[in-house]
Design a binder for this molecule. Structure first.
Ligand code: HEM
Length: 371
């Protein structure tokens, strides 16, 4: 039987046909494609294929030889192009083994007390905007992890700021900003501060970029939902509240690879060189995997999670290096917040380089935290 061409959402009839819709923020485009079937095609300058079923996620995330990081969408932003992120087999595994020890759950748990101490001054009094607060938390936490808190916070914020802006800001080369950041990292490494002292400079740079907006956006949403669902804003409830926040709003809403050889999936055959996308956003909102998918309900995580159906941190050998650290930061920051009221805001997801809340999220702190 002839292989079938996957369906495509509407776009212009050229090889760049879906690029304008993608650049405007591709969530509508992804949702339209998902309605056509479990695998759909896009034209983004290259033949592109998107899937979101558990079988697709397993295929794309378990076979690092076929589905390569080099040449994927990460290569288009100077922030993520480099280090472990663009390393493929055979170097990927040994490089991960060198990086992993500092990011293990146990190693990271050892930072908890110092993290709480570093975040305590950020405990927001009165009315505050959750995105701005969450950005400060993420910067402070990364600064502690990599540099013992010695990187001047304003300079770190300046380096990472484009990640929080719409396209094309995160894609532009910024030689001056990067040179300044590299000089500071190098100086702190030489002085022996924090985990950075034990890592190649490039790994520190891409780790900062991979960990900043992802953690900040998740925290902003988590704080908003802590206000809306106070029954989950408790020391026991935070872990499930964070999981559910990451289900509905996975900052890494698509992950990408480049096919090093042709491959088949169901009745479809895809050519070598295809851009291959998986989408935690679509997977997490698929009603076949997650009943009442648009409802915020952390209790769903007390039951079974569908295999390859929940991947806010990716999966397989490339699972997020900072996953345990991110959970630690999110829990520590929520623990600093007392009772909250959601005043006004727009939490709908908007795709920047990662998914972000569309608008400001104004919260009112109603008193000191208990316990
Ligand atoms: C809530 C916060 C975070 C989310 C949602 C998140 C999400 C992800 C996802 C989805 C991937 C896999 C991408 C792929 O290959 O398809 C990833 C990889 C990665 N993340 Fe995170 N991340 C978060 C926080 C962090 C932090 C705090 C750090 C560093 C301190 C970090 C460092 C990395 C690195 C280095 C990789 C590449 C791993 C590899 O290719 O082997 N991330 N992250």
């Amino acid at each position: 039987m002839e292989p079938l061409t996957p369906p495509e959402p509407s776009g212009y009839p050229t090889r760049f046909g879906h690029l304008p819709r993608w650049a405007q923020g591709g969530l509508g485009l992804l949702e339209e494609g998902a309605a056509l079937g479990p695998v759909f095609g896009l034209r983004l300058g290259w033949p592109t294929v998107v899937g979101y079923s558990p079988a697709w996620n397993r295929l794309v995330l378990s076979d690092l030889e076929t589905f390569r990081s080099r040449g994927s969408l990460s290569a288009f932003t100077p922030y993520l192009a480099g280090g472990i992120i663009t390393t493929d087999p055979p170097q990927h595994r040994p490089q991960r083994q060198r990086l992993d020890p500092g990011f293990h759950a146990k190693a990271v748990a050892g930072l908890r007390e110092r993290l709480l101490e570093a975040l305590a001054p950020l405990s927001p009094p009165g009315t505050f905007e959750a995105r701005a607060w969450a950005s400060k938390v993420a910067l402070t936490a990364l600064n502690l992890l990599y540099f013992d808190g010695r990187f001047p916070l304003r300079a770190l914020a300046h380096f990472l700021a484009p990640l929080d802006h719409p396209f094309p800001a995160p894609l532009l080369p910024r030689p001056l900003r990067f040179a300044q950041a590299r000089r500071r990292i190098l100086r702190l490494q030489t002085e022996g501060h924090g985990m950075a002292a034990h890592l190649p400079l490039e790994e520190v740079r891409v780790g900062l970029a991979a960990g900043y907006d992802t953690t900040a956006h998740t925290l902003a949403w988590a704080a908003w939902h802590a206000a809306r669902y106070p029954e989950w804003h408790t020391p026991q409830g935070h872990s499930l509240l964070i999981k559910e926040t990451l289900r509905l709003y996975p900052p890494g809403f698509v992950g990408s690879r480049r096919a090093a050889q042709g491959f088949e999936f169901g009745p479809h055959r895809f050519a070598k060189g295809s851009l291959v996308l998986y989408s935690p956003y679509l997977t997490h909102r698929d009603p076949r995997l997650w009943p009442r998918p648009l409802e915020f309900d952390p209790s769903r995580f007390t039951g079974r999670i569908p295999a390859w159906g929940y991947l806010p941190f990716g999966a397989g050998e490339r699972t997020c290096l900072g996953m345990h650290f991110a959970h630690l930061v999110l829990e520590a920051a929520l623990a600093l917040l007392g009772p909250l009221e959601a005043l006004h805001g727009d939490p709908a997801p908007r795709p920047l380089l990662t998914l972000a809340p569309r608008g400001a999220l104004w919260l009112q702190s109603l008193g000191p935290r208990k316990g």
